[in-house]
Ligand binder design. Sequence first.
Ligand SMILES: Nc1ncnc2c1ncn2[C@@H]1O[C@H](COP(=O)(O)OP(=O)(O)OP(=O)(O)O)[C@@H](O)[C@H]1O
Length: 632
Amino acid sequence: MNSESRSNTEIDIANASTRLKKQLVIKEISKLLQETNDFNEVVTAVLEQYPAIFSKDQVEKEVRKIQTGQKSTMSMDASIDAVTSQILIQQQIHQPQSSKQTKLLQSSKPTNQNGTPIPKPVPKNAITNFLIAPEMNLKNQVNSLTQQVSDLKQIKIQLEQQLQATKIETNQSNLINKIKMALTIHEYEAQEICQKYKTSKVYERYKINDGSITFNQQELQQQLLQIDLQMKKIEDQLDNKLPSKYTLTLQYNDLAIRHQQITTELEQATSLTELNMINQRIFTNLKEKCKFKDFLLPCFYPTHEFMAHPLNSQGKIQIPAVMPKFVLVRLIGEGGFSKVYKAFNLSTCEFIALKISTFDAANENKWKLISREAKIYQDLDHPNIVKLYQRPLIIKRETADQTGFQTNVNINSANQASEIALEMELCDDQSLFDFVCIQTHRVMGTKERELNEKLLIGIFYQIADALKYLHENKLTHNDISLSNILKKGAVWKLSDFSLAKEVAEDITEQHNVTTLGTTRPFAPPEKVLQRKFSSASDMYSFGVVMFVSTIGSLRMFEEIGTGFTKRVQVNPADSVRDYFQMNQPIVCTLSDEMKELIISLVDLDFAKRPSAAQVCDILEKFLKRSVKKQRK
Ligand SMILES: Nc1ncnc2c1ncn2[C@@H]1O[C@H](COP(=O)(O)OP(=O)(O)OP(=O)(O)O)[C@@H](O)[C@H]1O
């Protein structure tokens, strides 16, 4: 046993309690036993170390216990170190220290897990010091737990960062998949339209004639005029009975037949021209109008010049920093106020129609019309009205072209906003105008059977029902025309509410309007002549829609409309009655009841026109009757 190990226990324990004294002896015995396993040597050393404190018997008993591995009467826990140090402090205070003791004191300073010394409280006496010791131990534990908590917090932060990164990655890959879908549709539709166009007869004619349309309507009209003159001449000669009545009658009949032939040719030419217009529209959209502003379609929307196209120069999908809402796939229609695009909604994964109106700061009137349309449109909900899905997207002027886009529904002047986009349900690529043109062409060109009356009345009924809904809600549409009635599957829907008006009072009363707006052949006489409108004005336009869809030509109402602008007050009801008496409609032969309905709808006197509710009633009864007839 060396002297150094013994010196560690050379402390004055005179003032310590018996329990403490015992603890110290146990500690000493354990230490000595580590150095030597000689029982007597250990007993002697302990008795030398603590003379007159423990009896030989006591020491021997403890040494034996520890040697045989029995549990000592006192456990050797960590608090002994703390207790020892407290006793040493006590000695420092009460007794002058030897250099050996100072060294011992320094070497046994209590430290925490990090090796930093635990601050020492100022002791009052050995008992209080002893009582403080467990507290110190708890402090150690607290320190250690605090360290563990801070380590765990660090791990949590790291995990959260990883989770966030994974989320971003998933979102990005979802977004890329959605964009891919939009791009595929764009590609597919572009090819399909090209194909459709190339196989269409109109394309053949268009190609053969080197792009120029050769339906010479003017020439045909000239011929008609000359025949009319000749017939008039013969009528005069017939009156004067010169030369022979018989010869003249023959000549007259020949001319009448020729007149009929040319009229039919002219109708056909008109129809083909209209059909040609549709095809041209599709073709031009594809070839020349595949753009949104200066960006080639497909492009992101809202967009900005930094990144408009979803693909980079290597054909890889790239996502702009400002998250876009849509991918514009192609242009599907153009009006006076706006362009309508087929677009892919990146959050709902649906194809929708996006009607985008762009205006400059000076265009306050256009702004008023479009924002009014958006406001009225928001509240409409009817199966035969094209749905507005979201609140309008308004792009702020100052940020639109630089940092991306900003939307704000509180913007209230054209000065602040540069664009309004309406997200609507997507209809098929066919309006009632397209449908009527195609039907006219089919009936005349291929001598197919004309359209079934029930089918046509079914279309009218749907639109009349939408009108009834609008009028019941104190709204007038003000622009009912063939182009504003769109097909979606088997359902026909009313669209374009840019001229719609809300009337606080009686909607059947006439109200003033400042502009005409309504598409010409469909414009009611009271609007053209007096700038007045009411719900009955919509009914007039609806009557024109019914008439034009039946006969397959706009010509008569174009002439009537021109008459109105020149202040000629013919009653369109008379013209329609005459037409039905003299001619056979091309698209569909109507029953007398339906003819009478159209005649009443286009009456010059707005008070004589039936309301939307009455029209619905008549059409519904007709449809029910025809279903019954079919069953029989
Ligand atoms: N929801 C839709 N689904 C499919 N095509 C649509 C839709 N809305 C409009 N279109 C197409 O876009 C064209 C122009 O739309 P719209 O008539 O609403 O625009 P506008 O600028 O108000 O026209 P206008 O000058 O006739 O008032 C329509 O004729 C139609 O072909």
